[in-house]
Design a protein around this ligand. Structure first.
Ligand SMILES: Cc1ncc(COP(=O)(O)O)c(C=O)c1O
Length: 464
């Protein structure tokens, strides 16, 4: 079947674009040694897991069901993190997962009787999610785990001096659709603030070997040294968040860090620590760190080289495994929501297209984020001659997708293609108003479309 012949509404996964994204992530893994996991909360069209499994290290889950899905369909490394686990879930999670990350010391200790034996036998590795209290997001508080009052992750002040027995890793997730620089800044902040949990450095690290990322770091260190005498230190003598932000602003103002920042490699390079192994044995130190998701690695302007440099730096310096668990980056721009115009209603403002899809039901992030999804062959309102508001056949007055302009007049029966609809769409859709769920199709690399899932009345009724 051809793309123009499919039944609408339908999500269409673009296999070629998915593969291209995976190739970028594979390059990051190969060149840096990072282990990249698919965050299934963003995308879990498991029929494409065999393709994903060719490239990635595994998957991460937000709970038992996603963990089960990856166990059944991906069959690679399987990680799970959830703010709280049910008692009856823990046994199964220990059987099917490789990493279990707890959100609090309470949860860790509550479930210890179940996970401890599996951890001792080397079947699972246990981690703690920390809250670095380093916010890099200005506008989207609902996507900011470092926002005031966040329940996500343990703050430094609530961490014990030494890692609890059995804990082997730390996890932080603080970003949302961001580039490399906020990750670098956050990691440097974590490295400084949570340094007591990192192993002592195991090898000499020459700052110049890490390219862009470490040039950034050199600038960071230099500025930090310069201001340290004027700064009021916070916990444990570390610099507080505001101070870091002003450092970063200085760095960013200069764009790519100037050469001046990179020449001081002698003082920035580290001495090897001959006693590191012995010292590390006397205290529990992390064996891995998980840098979470929110990294838009497959976006054209993402600084992939910087990311590779940072991961290499962490691995070389501390000898630990580094995990990344992006969701969006895996299927970014790798899917469409194809819809048909069912009616056109004239209004005082502009004609409204009634579509066979819905923001509320089929792309809830449009209302939740909120954002205006990209639409093929259209522009911002007013830029092209024909202007329309795109809406839905639900009863919700606010079920509006956005205003768009077109080169040509739109007619009933026309098809429209919303872009970048593979992520946070299929996993979040619902049948409000009894709306039918869109089909799920795959556009194969040879141009053929395969329908992999159809939904009907039973799918609506069985959830009620
Ligand atoms: C713990 C955790 N890991 C990974 C992700 C994936 O993030 P993204 O899809 O933005 O890359 C999220 C998203 O909310 C998350 O909460």
């Amino acid at each position: 079947m051809n793309l123009n012949d499919i039944k609408t509404p339908a999500y269409v996964i673009d296999e070629k674009k998915l593969r291209e994204n995976l190739e970028i992530l594979d390059r990051v893994q190969k060149e840096s040694g990072a282990k990249i996991l698919l965050a299934q909360k963003a995308y879990s069209v498991y029929q494409t897991y065999p393709l994903i499994a060719k490239y990635l290290t595994g998957a991460t889950a937000s709970g038992l069901y996603e963990a089960r899905l990856a166990h059944e369909e991906m069959k690679l490394e399987n990680h799970v993190y959830e703010p709280a686990f049910e008692d009856e879930e823990m046994g199964e999670l220990c059987n099917i997962c490789d990493h279990i990350v707890f959100n609090s010391l309470n949860q860790l200790e509550h479930h210890r009787p179940t996970w401890e034996q599996a951890a001792k036998e080397g079947k699972i590795s246990v981690g703690l999610r920390i809250n670095p209290e380093y916010s890099t997001q200005e506008e989207h508080e609902i996507y900011d785990p470092c926002a005031d009052g966040s329940r996500l992750g343990i703050k430094l002040a609530n961490m014990p001096d030494d890692l609890p027995e059995g804990v082997e890793g730390l996890h932080f997730h603080t970003l949302c659709e961001q580039g490399f620089e906020p990750l670098l800044d956050t990691f440097l902040f974590v490295e400084d603030k949570f340094s007591g949990y990192f192993p002592n450095p195991v090898s000499e690290v020459n700052i110049g070997d890490y390219g862009y990322a470490m040039m950034h770091r050199a600038g960071f260190d230099r500025i930090r040294e310069n201001i340290s005498s004027n700064v009021s230190a916070s916990i444990g003598g570390a610099i507080n968040t505001d101070d870091y932000k002003s450092i970063n602003e200085n760095i960013y103002k200069t764009g790519e860090v100037s050469l001046e920042h990179t020449t001081n490699t002698d003082t920035a390079s580290m001495e090897p620590n001959a006693n590191a192994d012995e010292e590390n044995k006397s205290r529990t130190r992390i064996k891995w760190i998980n840098l979470g998701g929110g990294h838009h690695i497959t976006r054209e302007d993402y600084d992939v080289k910087g990311l590779i440099g940072l991961v290499k730096y962490i691995k070389d310096k501390y000898g630990i495994d580094v995990y990344l668990e992006p969701g969006e980056a895996i299927a970014l721009d790798a899917g469409y929501l194809v819809t048909t115009v069912m009616d056109i209603v004239p209004t005082q403002r502009m004609p409204v297209l009634i579509l066979d899809t819905s923001a509320a039901c089929h792309m809830p992030d449009v209302l939740e984020m909120p954002y205006r999804p990209p639409l093929r062959d259209s522009e911002e309102p007013g830029e092209l001659p024909y202007n329309y508001r795109l809406s839905s056949r639900t009863c919700l007055a606010g079920d509006i997708i956005g205003d768009y302009s077109f080169e040509h007049e739109i007619f009933i029966g026309d098809r429209l293609f919303f872009e970048d609809m593979a992520i946070y769409s299929i996993v979040k859709n619902n049948t409000f108003n009894g709306m039918p769920l869109p089909d799920i199709d795959i556009l194969h690399e040879n141009g053929e479309v395969e329908v992999i899932r159809k939904f009907g009345y039973e799918d609506f009724k069985m959830r009620l």
